[in-house]
Write a protein that binds this ligand. Structure first.
Ligand SMILES: *Cc1c(COP(=O)(O)O)cnc(C)c1O
Length: 447
């Protein structure tokens, strides 16, 4: 049969769009998406990849597997907990439910009992204050503000507190947070000037003291969250910086990055908001979607007077937190342990048992698999250079690409010709899904 004959037998677009499955999908996915799927299947039939008789069945299957947006869920088998390329923190079931509740009309800024306008983000603010019960040395009350992300929080703090004055920052803390974004540039873009002090490896209190002039607007401490300086080093603790700042009636801003509100025993080196505030920082900045394990958000905790000044600054409106983020943040704080912390605290012995069981199931199904040592990582947001000892299932490297293209997509690590699947960030309830994905990927490569 000629190629032309085959083409003629491919069902027409109007016929396919009238299929019950297509009409149903139009309600859930929208007409544009349905037409894309239909055209894609017709194209495959024209290329001879599927016979014309299979087009209706393929369209039905493709529509059933389609999602309303292009972003697809991923099983993170890299062992990197806060993986920026994979969306940083996965939300807890409680946070997902809160997002769904807030997705429609919701009482975001409305007091339903009294029928009047209310304060936006009041629930998230209360949850933050409960999760970080810091007692400020100044005796002032603690308050909190949530903005779009950590970078926005830093921008707002520098702009509102330093204006076009100088912000004093150690040369060892002039960090780039990723994809070419440098925090000093961010601050400078708002009009404040960075006054660098000290050396890359060592900065002393005297360096800060010598740099203070009438142009100084604030002292800034930034946690080097993604690298570590070791060897002959020195930095100034928050308590000493705070004392110096306050002696000159200046605020100390501490950008911690990671999002820990209280000390985390599994990461003893990581700074936390409560400790920094109790050491005298006037304002602490952290991210919502790093070790806190919640949605993208910038969290500002500090003296009530300082938070009030930030909330009233015009820029606050430009960096306002989304209602979905506010809902997810509150649910993360008051709800069950979020996935990020479960992954961080995963016991090595339990990880080993899970890894051995999965490897045996994969191997027993005819796909070569063995257990190898593999360190996890905290990833973007803290614990730089801290290895998290664990294990991985090593399967043939040829499975890496089909695993990434599967549904759900599975992302592992390629090492010495093997694809390593680390279970640290894979919830136990997803192990069957991971097994099925590996077998499907192996099926596809052998076919
Ligand atoms: C990650 C990070 C930021 C930026 O926070 P985002 O929430 O990613 O905008 C700022 N400062 C430090 C120290 C960080 O680690």
């Amino acid at each position: 049969m000629s190629a032309q004959d085959t083409r003629r037998r491919i069902p027409r677009t109007d016929h396919l769009l009238a299929l019950p499955a297509a009409l149903r999908a139009e309600q859930s996915l929208g007409g544009q998406r349905v037409r894309e799927v239909v055209r894609g299947v017709q194209e495959r039939a024209r290329r001879g990849e599927i016979p014309p008789e299979a087009v209706v069945e393929e369209v039905t299957a493709a529509l059933a597997a389609s999602r309303p947006a292009s972003m697809r869920p991923v099983l993170n088998a890299t062992g990197v907990i806060v993986h920026t390329n994979l969306g940083r923190a996965p939300l807890s079931p409680a946070a997902r439910r809160a997002v769904a509740d807030a997705a429609g009309y919701a009482d975001v800024e409305f007091d339903l009992a009294a029928g009047v306008r209310s304060r936006r983000g009041a629930g998230a603010r209360a949850a933050l204050l409960r999760s970080c019960p810091a007692v400020l040395p100044s005796g002032e009350e603690l308050d909190a503000l949530v903005v779009n992300n950590g970078a926005a929080a830093l921008l707002l703090a520098a702009t509102a507190l330093a204006g076009d004055g100088e912000v004093i920052l150690s040369r060892g803390e002039m960090i780039e947070i990723g994809a070419g974004f440098r925090l000093p540039d961010l601050i400078a873009s708002a009009g404040a000037r960075i006054r660098e002090v000290g050396a890359t490896n060592r900065t002393h209190l005297a360096d800060y003291r010598a740099a203070i002039t009438e142009r100084t607007g604030a002292l800034l401490s930034i946690h080097p969250s993604n690298y570590r300086i070791t060897g002959f080093t020195a930095s100034v603790p928050h308590a000493e910086l705070a004392e110096l700042a306050h002696a000159h009636a200046l605020p100390l801003i501490a950008d911690l990055g990671s999002g820990l509100l209280a000390p985390e025993p599994s990461l003893p080196q990581e700074p936390d908001a409560r400790t920094a505030l109790e050491a005298g920082a006037d304002l602490v900045i952290t991210s919502g979607d790093k070790l806190l394990g919640g949605p993208q958000a910038g969290i500002l905790l500090g003296r009530a007077g300082v938070i009030d000044a930030l909330a009233r600054h015009p820029l606050a409106r430009a960096v306002r937190a989304d209602k979905l983020a506010l809902a997810a943040l509150e649910a993360t704080l008051v709800g069950p342990v979020p996935p990020v912390l479960s992954s961080l605290r995963a016991e090595a012995s339990q990880l080993r048992r899970r890894t051995e069981q999965l490897a045996a199931r994969i191997d027993g199904s005819g796909v070569p698999a063995r257990v190898v040592p593999h360190d996890g990582r905290v990833g973007g947001g803290g614990g730089a250079e801290v290895p998290l000892p664990g294990w991985a299932v090593a399967v043939p490297g040829s499975l890496a690409a089909p695993l990434r293209r599967g549904a759900p997509a599975v992302v592992g690590t390629l090492r010495e010709g093997s694809c390593l699947l680390d279970l640290r960030c894979v919830p136990p309830a997803q192990e069957d899904v991971l097994l099925a994905a590996v077998l499907a990927a192996a099926d596809g490569t052998s076919a």
